[in-house]
Ligand binder design. Sequence first.
Ligand SMILES: Nc1nc2c(ncn2[C@@H]2O[C@H](COP(=O)(O)OP(=O)(O)O)[C@@H](O)[C@H]2O)c(=O)[nH]1
Ligand SMILES: [Mg+2]
Length: 249
Amino acid sequence: MVVPTYNERENIGPLVRDLLALGEEIDVWVADDGSPDGTAEAVREAMAAHPGRVDLLLRSEKAGRGAAVIAAFRKGLADPKRYDALVEMDADFSHHPRELPKLLAGLEDRDMVVGSRYVEGGGTSDWGFWRPMLSWLANKYVAVVAGVPIRDTTSGYRAYRREVLEETEFDRIKIRGYVVHGEMAYQAWIHGFRLGEVPIHFKNRAREASKLSSEEIAMALINFALLRFRYGLRPRRRAATGAGGAAHV
Ligand SMILES: Nc1nc2c(ncn2[C@@H]2O[C@H](COP(=O)(O)OP(=O)(O)O)[C@@H](O)[C@H]2O)c(=O)[nH]1
Ligand SMILES: [Mg+2]
């Protein structure tokens, strides 16, 4: 499990505890960008309480959720434990640990499984009116302009088989910030991996308002439209897996 954190001191201890309780085979790596609230201290406490199962990837400056997760994935792939699957989720319980077993079960016949708010049984709450509208619209847009057969390409709760990440060209990823997930999914799709979605419920945390700037939204809209051109117009399917398309697992 890779959990990016920025100022999650209150959440990270309980989250790590809940995740580890789901199974012996699960390790949790927290990718913290030097949170001023002392999140790293809370992670160190969790490391002491669960020796060998928790790690802290501390970076000195805030460089965004996407970059933190990618750095953790690179390290995870190189780890001698040879993890079969790598999963990312938010630290603030918007993504709930109780839904993790569904994502992992989905990996049995899929290569990448997205926790989706926009398939039957999924949803959002405490997100006001505009944010869900914006998110839903953004995902419709991505489906149309990029063609990825996933209804929630911007969801940050997702599980990958290691092979998917081994083939991901991280250096090619241009999309930054909130929507980096769209480009990760796009690569997985054009590499011919089998994508799946399971319904999740996204509960927004009570605190602050949206941090999305209009500039960020505009950049995202443009970048998604350019994906097909940057990567070539046709998805390159791999014959070996006979893959392609998505299923709701
Ligand atoms: N490492 C790292 N994590 C971040 C950064 N920004 C946000 N996060 C984490 O990414 C997750 C999602 O961020 P959040 O603020 O909840 O975004 P929202 O729910 O989409 O409004 C949380 O676990 C944050 O702590 C960052 O710059 N660096
Ligand atoms: Mg959040």
